[in-house]
Design a protein around this ligand. Structure first.
Ligand code: IMP
Length: 204
């Protein structure tokens, strides 16, 4: 089954690339807010990934009434009490480069041994259907923080996030391998199942 059109409530091009790849065989018309001419400055003031994902999706749904999905994601580092968490994109300021953000996390973990460098990427993906009903689903990828940046694929904190299965950072993995293991891949595949169930139900 193919879905005609999905609006993805994000302004982040890196995420857009990943989501198009993850849902490629499901919908080949995934458009961003920008593509739809929506220039909303959405205030993400929720306290959880789930709340923030819903805030973004609701804002775009109110303006379009169409099938909207969104995600809110971030990196939780256990030795930093779960930071940067929901503040991952705002950590040290939105305009600070990820090279600087990554270095800061490595510096703050100085002297912390491997077994205490555990971390996870979390993604909450929300979907709002044309009838206004909502679902929000979480995906998680467990790993640990390395001692230096490695790899040039992916984005954000990928160069310092080691996936134990490969002993490589997610920036060293191909997009296909990352997406098959990632928090975003898991959350979006769960969203996809919800969309399929909706499309096969009477409420469509
Ligand atoms: P938001 O979901 O747009 O609020 O931002 C999430 C932020 O978390 C991104 O800007 C990255 O800093 C980080 N992040 C989320 N997912 C990933 C990922 O797959 N790789 C690297 N960084 C990520």
């Amino acid at each position: 089954m193919k879905i005609e059109k999905i609006i993805f409530a994000t302004g982040n091009n890196d995420k857009m690339t990943e989501i198009k790849e993850i849902l490629r065989d499901f919908c080949d018309n995934i458009v961003s807010m920008k593509d739809e001419g929506i220039d909303a400055d959405i205030v993400e003031d929720g306290e959880t990934f789930e709340e923030n994902a819903l805030i973004k999706a609701r804002s775009v749904w109110k303006q379009t009434g169409q099938l909207v999905i969104s995600d809110d994601s971030g990196l939780e580092v256990d030795a930093l009490g779960g930071e940067p968490g929901i503040y991952s994109s705002r950590y040290m300021g939105e305009d600070t480069s990820y090279h600087v953000k990554n270095k800061s996390i490595i510096d703050r973990l100085e002297g912390v041994p491997d077994e205490k460098r555990t971390a996870r990427f979390v993604c909450a993906a929300a979907v709002i259907f044309p009838d206004g009903s909502e679902k929000v689903l979480r995906g998680v990828m467990e790993g640990r923080i390395g001692y230096e940046e490695k790899g040039s694929n992916g984005f954000g904190y990928d160069p310092i996030f080691i996936l134990p299965e490969f002993e490589k950072t997610t920036a060293e993995l191909s997009p296909e391998v990352k997406n098959s293991r990632s928090h975003r891949g898991a959350a979006l595949r769960a969203v996809r199942a919800e969309i399929e169930a909706y499309a096969n139900s009477d409420s469509k």
